[in-house]
Design a protein around this ligand. Structure first.
Ligand code: URA
Length: 437
């Protein structure tokens, strides 16, 4: 078999066998295929696509490129959750402790954010002392004893994805349904959980901009997971507006702590999504019969304090300061704060997630380049939900940053993100569809 023949086959619209894909990926990871050949093959895939059989084989070859987590020794149902990412999406930090408090075991490996806002790891690391770089034996030990682990993906898991993703990023080959689905699902399958809950975001602040694209990705990922014997549910949820009021790192942890403590000021969409995800997660993992039973259990775990206690146990097991979570007093505070005011009276019709994400990044909450250092205290705090009627000059958002110049730039971005009109808006659904189960 020659790589050049495989490139030609895909260029001409042919279908690879599983052996051909394994040959390509296996040799690439071992350094036996130059990047220019893999790049050419990736571009051919972008143009020609892949059949389901090819996508399943690609996912399998990527999983086989590294270690996998063996969760067979975990004393209960296992679940993994994945979000395709969005602005203010902090649901993992709430859903993992809630589900773990309800007896679902979660070895949750997350990524860092690149661009816009930080990822789950960045948010978690804003809690003083918290380690996220955890070895596989320690991930397994903590998951079995505490019920959950919130950590970074180890270097030995799916090395093919790390290599391919970097190459795709620099060769304009990220946007391909089979490549995206195989990339996400290889990491989920290697994570070892029997049950997978996927949150596919669609809208201005998401990777997938339209419902059609989101649905195609969700359906493909469900098919991949089921072909590997996992139980999979994919939700398609809105990401045209930020999720919750706070966008940043420490400020998002603060919002999650408030949610887990049952605080009533939690933004309605964030509250709803966390409860829906947990409701479905409890059904998927076999802990409840119906979603409403799962949502009732979620409510009970929040009001009893069990979910917040579980977050403290997870953070403590990872060296983090639980006093910080209990009192939120040692929070890093930004040197500069600025209130953004409404340019006119009216109803808030929309708050553009993409623009708020951009403002958060300008303030220091996200990375422009992968080696940039995040400012944990930076962020945007939105003051009103969509639908609210406001007066001209009302404060609509507060900006936090350690860089005064960036506040000026972020102010005009945030002002532009608010769509204020004379009449009340029709509110968009948050969950568009649920696929699987
Ligand atoms: N997220 C991933 O993990 N992989 C992709 O290819 C795109 C988004």
């Amino acid at each position: 078999m020659r790589i050049v023949d495989l490139i030609e086959k895909k260029r001409n619209g042919g279908e690879h066998s599983a052996e051909e894909i394994q040959f390509l990926i296996g040799n690439y990871v071992c350094g036996g295929v130059p990047e220019y050949q893999i790049s050419a093959w990736l571009m051919a895939v972008v143009w020609r696509g892949m059949t389901d059989a090819e996508t399943f084989a690609l996912t399998r070859a990527m999983v086989a490129s590294g270690e996998t987590l063996d969760l067979s020794g975990i004393p209960g149902p296992t679940l993994d959750k994945h979000s395709t990412g969005g602005v203010g999406d902090k649901t993992t930090l709430a859903a993992v402790p809630i589900l773990a408090a309800g007896g679902v075991f979660m070895a949750k490996m997350s990524g860092r954010g690149l661009g816009r806002t930080g990822g789950t790891l960045d948010k978690l690391e804003s809690i003083p002392g918290t380690r996220t770089n955890i070895s596989i034996p320690d991930i397994l030990r903590q998951t079995a004893t505490v019920g959950a682990c919130l950590c970074g993906q180890t270097d030995t898991l799916v090395p093919a994805d790390r290599l391919l993703y970097a190459l795709r990023d620099s060769t304009a080959t990220v946007e391909s349904l089979p490549l995206v689905a195989a990339s996400i699902m290889s990491k989920k399958l290697a994570g070892g959980a029997a049950n997978l809950l996927l949150d596919v975001k669609v809208g201005s602040g998401a990777f997938m901009k339209t419902l059609e694209d989101g649905r195609a990705l969700a359906e493909l990922m469900v098919r991949i997971g089921e072909a590997e014997g996992r139980r999979v549910v994919a939700m398609i949820t809105d990401m045209n507006a930020p999720l919750g009021f706070n966008v940043g790192n420490a400020v998002e942890v603060k919002e999650i702590v408030a949610l887990l403590k049952g605080n009533p000021w939690i933004e309605a969409h964030l509250n709803f999504l966390v409860r829906t995800i947990c409701g479905i997660g409890f059904v998927l993992a076999g802990r409840c019969k119906t979603q409403s039973e799962g949502e009732a259990l979620t409510h009970e775990l929040i009001t009893s304090g069990a979910a917040f206690d579980k977050l403290c146990q997870i953070v403590s097991a990872q060296g983090g300061d639980t006093e910080y979570l209990l009192r939120m007093v040692k929070q890093q505070v930004a040197r500069f704060k600025y209130d953004v005011r409404a340019p006119r009276a009216g109803y808030i019709h929309g708050i553009d997630a993409s623009e708020i994400g951009m403002a958060a990044m300008v303030l220091g909450a996200g990375r422009k380049d992968k080696d940039d250092v995040i400012d944990a205290s930076a962020g945007v705090l939105i003051r009103h939900p969509i639908g609210k009627q406001i007066e001209a000059d009302n404060v609509i958002a507060s900006l936090h940053s350690n860089c005064e110049i960036s506040i000026r730039e972020a102010t005009s971005i945030v002002q532009g993100a608010f769509d204020i009109r004379d009449t009340a808006p029709e509110l968009r659904p948050l969950v568009y569809e649920t696929i699987g189960l």
